[in-house]
Unconditional design. Structure first.
Length: 119
């Protein structure tokens, strides 16, 4: 992937040190992401149309949502099922907004993300 000036190039989520394996299983089961290990406390992911990672270095802390990462799904109901089947916790059930529907969930680390679909 080419680096584009002033574009969002990488997204990094905090990760609890004891959740490395669980994080990889969750995101690979739900979204099909692939992972690369960079030591015992850092994993990078690919397959999300933007590169990123999960960082458990230096006692990374999960904090209440300040920036919300929103993923797209062509079948929102199927993705919701995959999230809950993989152990994700729905924190905002599916609701409508102009242009579509979405729900919010927490991953195994407590990070909040959302998934949306067109109406």
């Amino acid at each position: 992937m080419a680096n584009i000036h002033h574009s969002i190039n990488y997204i990094e989520f905090p990760m609890l040190q004891d959740k490395v394996a669980e994080t990889k299983i969750f995101y690979s089961q739900v979204f099909g992401w692939a992972f690369t290990d960079w030591g015992a406390a850092y994993i990078s992911f690919s397959g999300a149309d933007v590169e990123g990672g999960f960082n458990a270095l230096d006692d990374a802390q999960v904090t209440p949502c300040g920036v919300l990462v929103v993923l797209y799904a062509s079948d929102l109901a199927a993705t919701l099922t995959r999230v809950t089947d993989a152990g994700g916790v729905v924190v905002k059930p599916t609701y409508e907004f102009p242009g579509g529907k979405r729900f919010h969930f927490q991953d195994p680390n407590g990070n909040e993300l959302a998934v949306w679909s067109e109406s």
